[in-house]
Design a protein around this ligand. Sequence first.
Ligand SMILES: [Zn+2]
Length: 50
Amino acid sequence: MKCDVCGKKIETTFLNKIIGTVIRDEKGKKKTVCNECQKRYTTSEIRTKL
Ligand SMILES: [Zn+2]
């Protein structure tokens, strides 16, 4: 799984949860965002980058 903002690989935990978050764009498509991008940008900033 890759971050849709920076393109880096997103690691998963042993429970198979991604280390990061999933947000939906305006079309309702799921986008994965790594922890670093989540910290660096607000959700609305991330939406403008997707
Ligand atoms: Zn990222």
